[in-house]
Write a protein that binds this ligand. Structure first.
Ligand code: NAD
Ligand code: TYD
Length: 350
């Protein structure tokens, strides 16, 4: 049996990774460690929470002593590290939380791995999940490859860049078995409605203004979250030590075009006349230091590990809209704050 620590498993991407590993690998024990910040929601995992190969631990990765104690007790075989502060706008408002969790928290996990895996680094693995935003911004052309120089602009991407460097430094300096992946923007179910797609779905549904920053000319490269989770699975099991893989869907959209597509899908699903939802689009002040364009070249992952995205964007976006409309309770619990009571009701005292 392999015991794997997945951090940030109550968040958007982490919950998809936890679900995939719990369902696909019944002989692994999956320990989900999460602080349950505003972005952590155990209701994301109700379908697997009672499985015998799953356990939840509420903990904060910035607390080194708690992390050390857990490593000492559990004898993990691997870490898949997703816990992070993840929203660029929040990082602009308050960078310190990003330094604490993304940098210090990652170093705390690395220190614990270094200490408790001593003598068996060849049998253990530390997988660090990161973002394409560490590469900075592209102009009209070009793509990020694994050898693109780091050039982060936002406090979020600066903190993720720092954490990536620390992970690689622990490989180069101490010989820890590490892998890193840098992924483009994800979309799909269980996405917290502060990010563009779920926020727009929620606002369109409620006939509220849909804020588009600047002129909506910024470009993002969107990947279905379950394709990301599958890429993490493949890289975790097959990558050679010290490797980095870019993950992306070759799926670039200008924000304004994406929002128009979303409005069209929502008109259709909500029985509105075509063009009605688009009237909600509201151009607002641009984000400070807004990166113009991201685009990922994932050729290395395709050629070496045979991974390709499975879903076309239009299909994925339609599935995503359907999920939000069918899971109104999830959305209203998140927007009202009720979801934060889930831990107390379901877990405390277990
Ligand atoms: P998210 O904000 O939805 O979830 C983050 C999770 O981490 C939450 O459950 C939160 O409670 C937990 N967490 C935060 N601080 C913690 C702490 N101090 N201790 C323990 N747990 C803590 O984020 P996400 O969008 O699922 O992103 C997951 C990872 O993937 C992040 O590392 C992010 O940088 C990376 N990533 C995200 C995207 C994207 O499009 N969302 C793209 C590429 C990479
Ligand atoms: P976001 O989902 O926050 O992801 P990231 O900043 O990590 O790429 O934003 C995606 C794009 O949408 C980005 O260019 C900023 C823009 N945006 C808006 O135009 N309006 C919004 O309300 C939000 C949250 C984002």
């Amino acid at each position: 049996m392999k015991k794997i620590l997945i951090t940030g498993g109550a968040g958007f991407i982490g919950s998809h990774v936890v679900r995939r590993f719990v369902n696909n690998y019944p002989d692994y024990m999956i320990v989900n460690l999460d602080k349950l910040t505003y972005a952590g929601n155990l209701a994301n995992l109700t379908d697997i929470e009672d499985k015998p190969n799953y356990r939840f631990v509420k903990a904060d990765i910035t607390e080194a002593s708690v992390i050390n104690e857990l490593f000492n007790k559990e004898n993990f075989d691997a870490v898949i590290h997703l816990a992070a502060e993840s929203h660029v706008d929040r990082s602009i408002a308050d960078p310190t939380a990003f330094v604490m969790t993304n940098v210090i928290g990652t170093v705390n996990l690395l220190n614990a791995a270094r200490e408790y895996w001593k003598g068996s680094y060849d049998k253990k693995r530390f997988y660090h999940v990161s973002t394409d935003e560490v590469y900075g911004a592209l102009g009209e052309t070009g793509m990020f490859t694994e050898s693109t120089s780091y050039d982060p602009h936002s406090p979020y991407s600066a903190s993720k860049a720092a954490s990536d460097h620390f992970v690689r430094a622990y490989h180069d300096t101490y010989g820890l078995d590490i892998v890193v992946s840098n992924c483009s923007n994800n979309y799909g179910s269980h996405h917290f409605p502060e990010k563009l797609i779920p926020l727009a779905i929620n606002n369109i549904k409620n006939a509220q203004p849909v804020p588009v920053y600047g002129k909506g000319e910024n470009v993002r490269d969107w990947l279905w979250v379950e394709d990301h989770a599958r890429a993490i699975d493949v890289i975790f099991h097959q990558a050679k030590t010290g490797q980095t893989y870019n993950i992306g869907g070759h799926n670039e959209w200008k924000n304004i075009d994406l929002i128009h597509l979303l409005c069209k899908i929502m008109d259709n699903k909500l029985g509105r006349t075509e063009g009605e939802s688009a009237k909600l689009i509201t151009f607002v002040t641009d984000r400070a230091g807004h990166d113009l364009r991201y685009a990922i070249d994932s050729t290395k992952l395709q050629n070496e590990l045979n991974w390709v995205p499975s879903l076309q964007f239009e299909e994925g976006l339609e599935k995503t809209v359907e999920w939000y409309l069918e899971n109104e309770g999830w959305l209203s619990d998140v927007t009202s704050g009720n979801y934060q009571a889930y831990y107390e009701n379901q877990y405390e005292g277990r």
